[in-house]
Design a binder for this molecule. Sequence first.
Ligand SMILES: C[S@@+](CC[C@H](N)C(=O)[O-])C[C@H]1O[C@@H](n2cnc3c(N)ncnc32)[C@H](O)[C@@H]1O
Length: 456
Amino acid sequence: MSAVRATAARDDPADAGETVDALLQAAVAAHRDGDAATATAHYERALAHDPGQPDALHFLGVMRHQAGDSEAAIALIARALVRAPRHADIHNNLGNIHKEWGDAVAAEACYRRALTFQPGHFTAVGNLAVALEMQGRLDDAFRAYGLLLTVAPSYAHGYHLLGLFLRNHARDPEHGRQAAACLRRAWELDPDNLRALAALGNVLYLLGEHDAARQVYRDWLLRDPESPLARHMLAACGGAEAPARAGDAYVRSLFDSFADSFDEQLLQHLDYRAPQLLADALGAALGGRRDLDILDAGCGTGLCAALLRPWARRLDGVDLSPGMLARARRRGGYDALVEGELTAHLEAHPGAFDVVASADTLVYFGDLRRVCAAAHAALRAHGWFGFSVEALEAGAATADGIELGPSGRYRHTRAHLETALLAAGFGDQRIAPRDLRNESGAPVHGWVAVARRGAG
Ligand SMILES: C[S@@+](CC[C@H](N)C(=O)[O-])C[C@H]1O[C@@H](n2cnc3c(N)ncnc32)[C@H](O)[C@@H]1O
């Protein structure tokens, strides 16, 4: 959403001496401070004075969307446009709501309207590019990203977006090199944008420029020696020893910064299939059961909730990232959402669940033996543990069947899964090769495993 910035306010005398202008200023200040209750109350009072006040309607709409009620948001913003039909920010934010809902066509129309009224509105140009990319109109999107950098040549986020676009749709190494140049520029323009740096290291590694990739992370550590992201990624590029699993601080920092764009990135750009594939595998095992206590371990933004819910009497989620949990809370579908490390959570709840499901989360674990043992202990007799991980082909395998890859995620051999599950006590195992998502235009091969605890 674009910044909360009131552009028009009317000085209305009010019953208690308050003016619409003053109410709007107080609302915007509270909105910026994250005080939703106060902001809402002020916007609503402003609307009591002037029911068509476009800023109040617009920002209240943004707040409703942020609180998860996008239908109310769209209705409020439509009312704002009655009095301010040429207000580019309002069209842009309406586009963002459609975009976040996955309606790229409606979003595109909004961004184009914003640009009709304000051709130099560069955030609308960037959003238009993303909406075109979501529709698979890659040539149009590429032109829009080009336009963005013409309109706003110093816009760090524009370079970041174009860098990701080139990386995600790279058809040859030249695209990779262009992606690296854009991501480097994004970081130079905005040194706080560490996600651009992480993506830069990743692109360099994929280009085979391993020394340059390691140098990116070393430079980063010079600026911020405690950075969990840089430490983890340096290990992922072979520049330090791999930890037994991704550290809690790394996971939190990565996913908190990723939370707002996770669904869009994964579903729209990377054809993310892990939740559905895991649900298919669990469905085959669970049949028509509807009375199960289920834990979504590493629930993220809650993409698994709707898939697991039909089998659940109770559905809990646990995750390390408050940002991801906030999205899951907004999405709904859980009986409880807990902030915590999933192994510790499993170990603290012996015999508590009929199903432990973990989609695309154990890719942040190296050795799977402890988490498999914890899942086994947390299950009741005949309970099911289902998870997806990325595949390490046997031919490329390390001695222990685990590898921390340049993406920052671990890969595992089928043999490592079998051994870890067996050691935990899971005799009944079903492990299938599946493509979990796309990355850099190629499928990411993985394993979808379901394993059953015995009677004991
Ligand atoms: C790629 S996301 C997948 C989220 C969700 N399962 C899905 O499929 O959409 C991985 C999630 O696992 C969480 N995570 C990673 N390691 C974790 C750990 N040790 N304990 C709890 N959560 C963890 C991250 O915070 C992130 O939300």
